[in-house]
Unconditional design. Sequence first.
Length: 94
Amino acid sequence: MIRREGRRMVVSGPVTLANAAELLEQGRQHLAEGVGSVDLGEVTELDSALLALALAWLRDARAAKRDIAFANLPEGLQTLSRLYGVEDLLPRAA
């Protein structure tokens, strides 16, 4: 599930291949409306789909010439991004 809090979107609950397509579209809608940060601190379960979503949202934001940053990255996401060698691609929110 994704909810909006001002210019921040908060992703909560599980983020897996089972719900990735739905979350991708929800996130894209929020990004199109000007979201500047993505808070992942309420993600309860994840697989590589979360990394794919983060990178897709980042690509979408850059294509629209907007910046986004990620906050509260779960340990599992940090581990996956290191394993795939893409940890430096995910901008961190201050």
